[in-house]
Design a protein around this ligand. Sequence first.
Ligand code: NDP
Length: 403
Amino acid sequence: MSKVMIIGAGGVGNVVAQKCAQLPDTFSDIILASRTESKCIDIANGVKEKTGIIIRTAQVDADNVPELSALLKKEQPVLVINVALPYQDLTIMDACLEAGVHYMDTANYEPLDTAKFEYKWQWEYQDRFKQAGLTALLGSGFDPGATNMFTAYLAKHYFDEINEIDIIDVNGGDHGYPFATNFNPEINIREVSAECRHWENGEFVTTGPMSKKASFTCPEDVGTYNIYRMYHEELESLTLHYPTIKRAQFWMSFSENYLKHLEVLENVGMTGIEAVEYEGQKIVPIQFLAKLLPDPSTLGPRTKGNTCIGVVARGLKDGKERIMYCYQISDHEACYKEVQSQAISYTTGVPAMIGAKMMLEKHWLEPGVFNIEQFNPDPFMEDMNKHGLPWKVIELESFDLES
Ligand code: NDP
């Protein structure tokens, strides 16, 4: 019997709740807790309608450690699945330590007042989790998450050493709005407007946001897209855990329309994270903008098209160079049909459910703080095929994003 508490009732929280409820033998008791309980109740009603499973709900402010640890002590789940916002990672880890509960998340900690995300804050919890005999699993979404697993799987089965990786995240979906983000608008805009960092010969090299563009043709007729190099958190953990990697880059597709809107919003100051005073009130521009934009959890019924996210790895096998590509394609409409969410929330929520399953089934349950690629990728990759995210590995004759 495994009781879990999901924290966060947004687009990703809905998918995690739906997917956990599909596996009642593994997730025997599910509690969904968030800041706004009515959103938890809406999700619970949807889960009951789809699966017949009843999940319980609770109101909690995850920024408040005593409040959250009291709830955890009362409910005594085995594991917390954190799909609130990156700002809550540390307070949720603190509450888990206080209540003796395992922890996992899909995005690394980011301080509210600095748009810079890195693992150092969460890695500092290593000794405390070890001493408490608890596991903290970091980054079990799609990217980070499945992309780390793709790298680990390729390293294990196709290479003696990996020398270069390119993580390519294409969203070919169209929601019909002039401008909307597919996950939390504040987090999304902070991420895409940050300076780019990529790994080159043993160090991170900084370049301007979106300053490098390439064209990428996805497999299986998903199409050809403009992709832009940007920083993404898995570059930090993968280059640490695979020290043979000399170059690591992350690329994401954006439409001309998205970039045009983002540029204007940046130029007029609407993406700022510092509070400004307006008619006697303090307003943070990016938070106000997020209020105006469509809620990502409402994009599901209107989004059509595919996502294609994967890792191209170049390295050596038996002394010869080879290039392998591991990728996953999801269809927005099929995701909506199954769990009433578009594919961005779906492709994040399914790996979160699988990461939790790996911990509950004790495939991955060692005391300490771990990035997902530190564990055996095989059972996770098997479960991706079984639970809605089938993937493929192909060998490429050549690969050049420079041209
Ligand atoms: P949403 O904004 O849709 O949902 C976030 C939820 O967290 C909301 O229900 C919100 O409550 C709740 N929340 C916020 N602050 C608190 C708090 N202090 N206490 C309790 N609950 C709180 O975000 P998404 O579902 O789109 O994203 C969820 C997470 O998934 C984010 O961390 C995001 O970075 C991550 N992500 C990871 C990806 C990956 O591939 N690894 C991809 C996409 C997202 P309220 O309803 O009151 O606002």
